[in-house]
Design a protein around this ligand. Structure first.
Ligand code: FAD
Length: 390
């Protein structure tokens, strides 16, 4: 195919999912039908956001990079680094950037990720208060932690527990403040969450459940936080990692449909209400669901790339399983692990002294493993996850 016949795909956002789309398209597009142009707002091209917390130990953001600049060059992708897309002209099919670059697209991929959700309470702008989303955020956190003694982390999901582990390792007295009534509610049942809670408390990290933040107090710098029940915690740092808000502002401006609670609405092909424009990753809203983990985002990226190259597949929810250490505690869930469905046989055991919890779900005849939750010891999680898939 001649270059003149090539179609241009513009990708806005080069995070984990945007990069996965570029990798997959490059792999599938054997006839070189497409030319890719990527706008990346951050100064670094795609890096491992999931592994970000390890930066506190190694202090080398370069090691987190998932693709270096020369990879983009080698596969013929034009990368506009540190340049935010600021306007989509849907009539003329042009994306304009902050640095004044205009690129005409045939197809447009929105992979703009999400912002951390920040509660609008009194004092939230004070010094010493951080969000945790980017490598730059983490650099600011590490710098501030050198002068701090006590840190509160707002949130009880994956990223909150990861950052709590990181600040605890930096030697700060750490408080996890979870507005909900259990930790890791998207991945664990109540018993699993209780086991994790006990293990974390045993490490000397304080955990406060069902706490609604009403104020960050102090002069210009934070000195403590106040809750709706009147209780307080003294702290000289607060890190907010409590849920996400899809980055859909560019889509809104362009008249692309977004959900009431945010998120760019897409159909089973990940297509927005404009047939040339697709949304993937944390900025997308599919069947009323926003996904805050990588696996479904990767499936979205693969689905769109495959369909652009002649396939015709719908997006099906990716695997929401996890298998990792949080504050040094093994946590895994895989396959179907919720017991609110009938016709499943449950095998569960809990060792409160060892801090270990296991729940495995089988078909009623016991022949097929469906999924499970492991806390405290997930050494066989990979094997079990494979068994659950076969
Ligand atoms: C601290 C932390 C820990 C996590 N831990 C886990 C975990 O253990 N397991 C797991 O599965 N998931 C985890 N996640 C979630 C996972 O990182 C996300 O699901 C994933 O990064 C989403 O990828 P994305 O490409 O949609 O968004 P992002 O990775 O956020 O990338 C979006 C990119 O688009 C850029 N962008 C936005 N707007 C524009 C614009 N207008 N122009 C140009 N660029 C733009 C942004 O700057 C960003 O670089 C964690 C997230 C965080 C923050």
């Amino acid at each position: 195919m001649s270059f003149a016949e090539q179609q241009t795909i513009v990708v806005i956002g080069s995070g984990m999912v945007g990069l996965r789309f570029c990798e997959q398209l490059t792999a599938f597009d054997e006839r070189r039908r497409y030319k890719l142009v990527v706008f990346c707002e951050e100064a670094r091209s795609a890096y491992d956001r999931v592994g970000l917390f390890s930066f506190t130990a190694q202090r080398d953001a370069e090691k987190l990079l998932l693709a270096r600049r020369d990879w983009y060059e080698a596969v013929g992708i034009t990368l506009h680094l540190a340049d935010r897309a600021i306007h989509i002209d849907r009539d003329r099919h042009i994306v304009r950037s902050m640095k004044g670059v205009n690129v005409e697209y045939d197809l447009l991929i929105l992979a703009m990720g999400a912002y951390p959700r920040v509660p609008s309470v009194q004092g939230i702008q004070k010094q010493g208060i951080f969000v945790y989303r980017t490598a730059d955020d983490l650099e600011h956190i590490v710098t501030s932690a050198r002068k701090a003694r006590t840190c509160a982390v707002l949130g009880g999901g994956l990223s909150a527990l990861e950052v709590a582990g990181a600040v605890s390792e930096l030697g700060l007295l750490t408080h996890i403040v979870q507005p909900g009534n259990q930790l890791l509610s998207a991945h664990l049942d109540r018993a699993g969450s209780q086991t994790l809670l006990r293990r974390i408390r045993d490490l000397g990290v304080n955990v406060h459940l069902s706490k609604t933040l009403t104020e960050a107090r102090g002069e210009s710098h934070i000195q403590g936080i106040v809750f709706d029940d009147g209780t307080t915690i003294d702290c000289d740092m607060l890190i907010i990692s409590d849920g996400i808000r899809s980055r859909d502002e560019l889509a809104r401006q362009a008249g692309i449909t977004v959900g009431e609670q945010g998120g760019i609405e897409v159909n089973d092909r990940l297509q927005t209400n404009d047939p040339r424009i697709f949304a993937i990753g944390e900025c997308a809203l599919h069947s009323g669901t926003k996904f805050g983990v990588t696996a479904p985002g990767y499936t979205m990226a693969e689905t769109v790339a495959a369909n652009f190259c002649g396939d015709s597949r719908p997006f099906e929810y990716g695997d929401l399983s996890i298998n990792l250490k949080l504050l040094g505690v093994d946590v895994a869930c895989f396959g179907q692990w919720e017991t609110d469905t009938e016709n499943v046989a449950v095998l569960s055991e809990e060792d409160a002294f060892a801090g270990v919890y296991r729940k495995l779900l089988f078909t009623m005849d016991g022949k097929q493993l469906l999924g499970g939750i492991l806390v405290g010891d997930a050494s066989d999680a990979t094997t079990l996850a494979v068994l659950a898939k076969t």
